[in-house]
Design a protein around this ligand. Structure first.
Ligand SMILES: CC(=O)SCCNC(=O)CCNC(=O)[C@H](O)C(C)(C)COP(=O)(O)OP(=O)(O)OC[C@H]1O[C@@H](n2cnc3c(N)ncnc32)[C@H](O)[C@@H]1OP(=O)(O)O
Ligand SMILES: CC(C)C(=O)C(=O)O
Ligand SMILES: [Mg+2]
Length: 573
């Protein structure tokens, strides 16, 4: 690509004895949501006070205990929002709010004032430390930039002592552009800040290391974090926090590798809102942990509701492919995915029946679905959607999940071919209702139950597949004999009776016009005559009527194709 020569490789810190690759994430970190600060400051139309409050309440409801609520000196409304939370007592006792300020005396004073009356709070000061910013933004050398941080910390402490008596106040410092700062200088600034703050038991400090503009591979960031983790003094009183941005699309990986490397706290936004390509997505991080069996300590069991509120507050849509929360992330359109998903659900139903364990209590092992959609409040119906790329597994899934019908394998293939033809012709997706209607048109008998069978030239033999138990004449009968006797007056030879699989749980059926409505017996008839094969289905509370309808539907199809027997005529039908 033209212009590539204007860019240079990022020069990584060389840490040859790194240990983080062998570590595991087995507990949740401290989370901080910066939706109301970094998220908000990146919006063309910042949130109104009402939306900020909705967002704040959403975050509290999800379980976040540390929430950055704004940059009070940025605007009157930012300041007033902080005041409103405090004065109207909207902050739960176990939640700590954070406010951000530049390392400038006037700003710090006003920021501290915004917290008057708060029971618990964090003042967060930042200044850039990287060579580019030292040169371009501040026109200061290393010592000058270090002094900005030191002076800011002093100003904050002095002012807080007078202004915030009785507030359980914590301090956070961020060397902005940490990832582009020489490691020794980032450490020097943090150590200088700590000499002022004097961390000790009960008086910790949060040192927050941002990839303000993500520039390197995540493993490089992890090396930087492990180096700090080893070299920071007062380590037991330092909460080592990270604040990844997503400019290279690897913010989640940066955060996760940083946790392996010693980070204890992560700052980010829901669905990755935030400056440019966003802050790290807190939903993805939490759900990645959850899907490994680690409780993230925050609750996304109603992910659609969370998404709707975030979209309303930010005015930004969540992408349909966004991990865990997008509209399409639990949906397969393609045949081989659908086949595997259906088999996974079938295996789960079998395992539940065999072990007497409720399906929800079984370990989650369904192909192509990294988490159980129900765990985030999504449904099973949408995991399969059918278009021209779908196969028989997908069609069978729709018939089972939406219509309560477990089609035998041969019928799955037969219906699938028809569905595919229609999907291709229509050029898009076929809805479950459309597939149900197709099934009904193709395989159900819609005439009078007493209509005679059509007359053909060859004998008619039927293999019957029965879904649901049945009785004949009030007696629970042997399936083969019973159905044989039901159909023999019609001159139909019943070869074999199979049982099809158990339908999915009824609560997985939607009330939206399913083909099967209740406790009927369903019989599928695979009828052969003169080498031709056709399928029919019958659904009825009366097993004889179901069997007749199924065979009759199949016979109609054979007759249309000219294959039915003279022997039916000879039998008087
Ligand atoms: C990576 C991040 O997300 S950082 C957070 C960014 N968020 C925001 O900036 C949102 C809120 N900001 C604002 O509303 C405004 O920028 C204000 C109110 C904070 C400050 O406004 P102003 O003083 O009018 O202007 P501005 O932001 O351009 O200030 C730039 C000055 O601050 C200095 N400065 C910038 N950042 C810092 C910092 N962290 N610490 C100390 N000084 C800083 C600059 O060097 C510059 O100084 P100069 O005027 O001597 O050249
Ligand atoms: C204020 C700091 C932490 C920040 O948002 C960043 O560097 O991205
Ligand atoms: Mg940021």
């Amino acid at each position: 690509m033209k212009g590539v020569e204007r860019y240079s490789e990022f020069t990584p810190l060389v840490l040859t004895d790194r240990t983080w690759p062998g570590n595991r994430i087995d507990t949740a970190p401290r989370w901080l949501s910066t939706d109301l600060r970094d998220g908000n400051q990146s919006l063309a139309d910042p949130m109104t006070p009402e939306r900020k409050l909705q967002m704040f309440e959403l975050l509290v409801g999800i379980g976040y205990k540390e929430i950055e609520v704004g940059f009070p000196v940025a605007s009157r409304s930012d300041y007033d929002f902080v005041r409103m939370l405090i004065e109207r007592d909207r902050i739960p006792d176990d939640v700590s709010i954070t406010v951000l300020t530049q390392a400038r005396d006037d700003q710090i004073r006003r920021t501290v004032e915004s917290l008057k009356g708060a029971r618990r709070a964090v003042v967060h000061i930042y200044n850039a430390t990287s060579p580019l910013f030292r040169r371009t933004v501040f026109n200061l050398d290393r010592a000058g930039v270090r002094d900005l941080a030191v002076r800011g910390t002093r100003t904050m402490m002095r002012h807080a002592e007078r202004t915030l008596p009785g507030c359980d106040l914590a301090y956070q410092y961020s060397p902005e552009l940490f990832n582009e700062t020489e490691a020794d200088f980032a450490l020097e600034v943090c150590e200088a800040v700590m000499r002022v703050w004097q961390p000790e038991r009960g008086r910790g400090i949060i040192l927050n290391f941002p990839t303000t503009v993500e520039r390197s591979l995540p493993n490089v960031f992890a090396d930087q974090i492990e180096w700090l983790h080893r070299n920071l003094s007062h380590r037991e009183h330092v909460c080592l926090s990270v604040h990844p941005h997503n400019d290279r699309g690897t913010a989640v990986a940066s955060a996760e590798l940083a946790l392996l490397a010693g980070a204890e706290r992560v700052e980010g936004c829901l669905f990755g809102n935030g400056e440019r390509a966003g802050n790290v997505c807190l939903v993805t991080l939490a759900m990645n942990m959850y899907s490994h069996g680690v409780d993230p300590g925050v609750d996304f069991s109603e992910i659609n509701a969370v998404r709707r509120t975030v979209e309303r507050c930010t005015g930004l849509p969540v992408h349909p492919r966004h991990p865990y929360g997008g509209d399409l992330v639990y949906t397969a359109f393609s045949g081989s995915h659908q086949d595997a998903i259906k088999k996974g659900f079938d295996a789960r139903a079998r395992q539940a029946a065999e072990t007497g364990t409720p399906p929800d209590a079984l370990p989650w092992q369904v192909p192509y679905l990294p988490v159980d959609p129900k765990d985030v409040g999504r449904t099973y119906e949408a995991v399969v959607r059918v278009n021209g790329q779908s196969g028989k597994g997908g069609v069978a899934y729709v018939m089972s999940a939406w219509h309560g019908l477990n089609l035998p394998r041969g019928l799955q293939a037969d219906l699938s071919a028809r569905v595919q033809w229609h999907a291709d012709a229509a050029g898009g997706e076929l809805s479950p209702n459309r597939i149900g209607a197709l099934f009904s048109e193709e395989y159900l008998y819609h005439g009078e139950p007493t209509d005679p069978l059509p007359v053909g030239r060859e004998p008619l033999a039927a293999t019957l597949h029965v879904d649901g138990g049945f009785e004949v004449g009030g007696v629970r009968a042997d399936a083969f004999g019973a159905l044989g006797s039901v159909l023999s007056p019609w001159g139909i030879r019943v070869d074999v009776v199979h049982r099809t699989g158990r339908p999915l749980d009824n609560d997985e059926l939607t009330p939206d016009q399913p083909v099967r409505s209740g406790d009927e017996t369903v019989i599928y008839a695979e009828c052969r005559s003169g080498g031709a094969v056709a399928w029919g289905a019958g659904i009825d509370r009366d097993v004889a009527a179901a069997a007749f309808s199924a065979v009759r539907a199949a016979a109609d199809r054979l007759a249309r194709d000219g294959h039915l027997t003279a022997h039916l005529a000879a039998a008087g039908h």
